[in-house]
Design a protein around this ligand. Structure first.
Ligand code: HEC
Length: 455
């Protein structure tokens, strides 16, 4: 009798586990592309994996995704895609693209269980196209002088003068750089020079090819001075374009500047990636007007390389060392931070920025535990972050100049640092930079409640 009694509960356990296993595997088999996978892909992958989106293939239809399912399972499991180097457990930003563990598991299970399509008749792939601005129809389009792309598979850097002339001065809300060849144009940062009424912005060279992009040394060739020899007024970072970045327009009244009648944008270091095909790039600046003067103008603070706060210790990284560097600044008025841009080059490994309030509390800004040179964004907070006066904003960084760092451009390792022989640092990828750009506005009560993605 005894053995039987024992056998009974065992049988039940076996039966129960068969049933539950049955349910379990059945629910995994129920995972379909249409119901479970498409919403994840369309939200987090298709913005880049679409026509002209900068990624090598599109994820629009079932078959687009199914034929690469194995690779998709791999790149999501290893957190290689979607590329979002900022730690989402530290702080959040608009346009954040990350998958949670559940979503990653769903993709794995869907792949392992045969990639069921489900009912694909109702699928509506979202329309993304890097040639159509997320900001809508521009009020003015300024052509960027066309650049001939060669088929020799090499990187190239240019400084490009982008002049314009208007009938009357005009307030502007946002400027977006629209790459003509989004698969080749890697990045572009642009400043704006505002001329007095007598200067012809169309004088001078338009395009300079250089390995050391720094327009400060090209004022003569580009004829960037006012006709009377004075330096024109400037708007820094009038536009920024990064791989697969999307335009950001702050809510009405925040940010923007006045375009004078004569002026020029200068793309200071526009980087073209390697190409095997010869073609022309005709990029454009899309300009969005504002009806009136911005109520809340925005300003920029730049820490580190070329900025107002030094790097400690100076950024000279000895071969075969891992070294840590900081840069910090005290804030003397209450400010609201809108957007931040961390920047390092190849051997950077970690980046963290935060504010220390006078009472010792910390305000988190961003943590990038595994720096990836390939993915650099202008991160805009979901709501402005108030930094009270007397706070210190501090950046902590780490660089790995050993042979164990697969991103080290030199074997054996060499001294890598900022090169200061032009009175500024080199933009060359194989030199290093540590920079943190903060876009802010003076604080006003209620700023914390502004939703920066609503405009
Ligand atoms: C911010 C733009 C962007 C997003 C979002 C994005 N990708 Fe990518 N993806 C790229 C680019 C660009 C490449 C080409 C590789 C490179 O340039 O580093 C790429 C490459 C890939 C590759 C090929 C990897 C290889 O080793 O060749 C796969 C697979 C992939 N992505 C899947 C995904 C999936 C799945 C998602 C969403 C979960 C996603 N991507 C989201 C831009 C993006």
């Amino acid at each position: 009798m005894k053995p039987l009694r024992l056998a009974k509960p065992n049988l039940w356990v076996a039966l129960l586990s068969m049933i539950s296993f049955g349910f379990y595997s059945c629910s995994k088999k129920d995972i379909t592309f249409s119901k479970n996978i498409a919403p994840i892909i369309y939200k987090n992958c298709t913005p880049c994996h679409s026509q002209n989106g900068g990624a090598p293939f599109t994820f629009l239809t079932y078959s687009d995704v199914a034929q690469r399912a194995k690779m998709i399972a791999f790149v999501t499991r290893t957190h290689y895609m979607p590329p979002w180097p900022a730690d989402k457990n530290y702080t959040h930003f608009i346009n954040e693209k990350t998958l949670n563990e559940n979503e990653i598991q769903l993709i794995q299970d869907w792949f392992k269980n045969g990639k069921a399509p489900g009912d694909t008749t109702d699928l509506k792939p979202p329309v993304y196209n890097a040639k159509i601005s997320v900001l809508g129809t521009p009020d003015l389009i300024i052509p960027v002088p066309p650049v001939q792309i060669l088929n020799d598979n090499s990187d190239r850097f240019y400084i490009i003068k982008i002049p314009y002339q208007l009938k009357k001065p005009q307030y502007v809300k946002a400027v977006e750089f629209m790459a003509g060849q989004p698969n080749i144009v890697h990045h572009a940062n642009g400043h704006l020079l505002l001329y007095d009424g007598h200067t012809n912005p169309f004088d001078g060279k338009r395009i300079i090819e250089t390995n050391d992009p720094n327009f400060e040394s090209e004022f003569d060739a580009l004829k960037l001075l006012n006709a009377n020899g004075n330096k024109p007024e400037r708007v820094h970072s009038a536009f920024n374009y990064l791989p697969s970045s999307f335009g950001v327009k702050y809510p009405e009244g925040i940010g923007g500047f006045l375009l004078s009648v004569n002026g020029t944008f200068v793309a200071n270091d526009i980087h073209y990636g390697p190409s095997r095909k010869q073609m022309m790039d005709s990029s454009k600046l899309y300009v969005y007007f504002a009806n009136k003067k911005p109520e809340r103008p925005t300003y920029e603070i730049m820490l580190g390389t070329n900025g107002i706060a030094p790097i400690v210790p100076p950024l000279q990284i000895q071969p075969n060392t891992i070294s840590k560097h900081t840069t910090e600044i005290t804030i003397y008025n209450d400010i609201s931070i809108l957007t931040i841009n961390p920047h390092m080059h190849l051997i950077g490994t970690q980046f963290k920025a935060y504010a220390l309030k006078p009472n010792g509390d910390t305000i988190r800004l961003i943590s990038i535990p595994k720096w990836q040179f390939r993915w650099q964004y202008f991160y805009t907070f979901t709501n402005p972050i108030k930094i009270p006066k007397g706070s210190i904003i501090r950046v902590e960084s780490e660089f790995d100049n050993t042979k164990n760092n697969p991103n080290n451009p030199f074997t054996p390792p060499r001294l890598i640092g900022e090169r200061n022989d032009h009175g500024g640092a080199s933009m060359r990828t194989t030199d290093e930079m540590l920079q943190f750009i903060i876009t802010y506005m003076p604080y006003q009560k209620g700023d914390e409640k502004i939703e920066l993605n609503k405009n």
